[in-house]
Design a protein around this ligand. Sequence first.
Ligand code: SF4
Length: 326
Amino acid sequence: MYSDHSPETTAPTRLKIGVSSCLLGMKVRYDGGHKDDAFVHQTLADYVDFVPVCPEVEIGLGTPRETIRLEGNPAEPRLVAPKSGRDLTETMKSYATRRLEELAALGLHGYILKKDSPSCGMERVRVHQGPSMSPARVGVGLFAAALCSRFPSLPVEEEGRLNDPVLRENFIERVFAFFRLQQFLKAAPSPGNLVAFHGTTKMALLAHSPKHYKQLGQLVASGAKQLETTLEAYTRLFMEALKVRATRRKHANVLQHLTGYVKRSVDAEDRAEMAATIEEYRQGLVPLVVPLTLLKHHFRRHPIEWVLSQTYLNPYPAELMLRNHV
Ligand code: SF4
């Protein structure tokens, strides 16, 4: 059975997210401080077990410690402590290989990294290319690069980007979707089960990427012979699809599609109200939660099994209130 992770003996009941330790308030930064992040540490903590990792402390650098930075070729930078001249590149790379295997055994469902760090930064990390040049913001922290390469389908995001409501909602949706996918993969799936699993994700996929929606549909339809290969391709394409930004236009199309399922059960006034609310959402006048709440109200009164099975309606706990801001 394909999985990005080694199988666990018992299925987890809570999500497991790897996180740069300093974001949880741990005093592991070079200056002895932390970067406690309220959304990570407090809001998500109700739903998630965190796995804190501080690569710099774990390779034996103390706290406080000399600052380190990326230097040289941005495509293959060195990790250097400029004051002492120590080159930590190979130490960090071999640590990352070892540590990521430990994390694979835990079965993570997402990872939150600290931005700008030469170890943890996911993008736009400063790379110093010589005394006469300003550092270019083109690098990736060495541990972050190894993480993304080892787990290509794992949802990974930086804490800075999570301040953007759209990126935040997208990341959390991906984390919960990955959790459901991993649970499905662990349960010895058959081609029939894959068809059923895929069936529940259709509206979510359509809101992100109609192109992937079509590709995944074709993959599932042809998946009976080479199940292992199909599941591997499904995982990659599925997570790739959810990474594509879900725009208001695409959400509006999905909402209109769902409206079609109740149009014969409601009267003209209700139909007009739904159409007007979806249009208000499409124009950016109200957040996504508004048309969705109205639609859910009608589906409660006129339940349709296939519609109610859609993860699109409840992609993560409503208490996170992320759709109030997109
Ligand atoms: S950014 Fe990464 S390496 Fe730096 S203190 Fe935080 S967890 Fe440690």
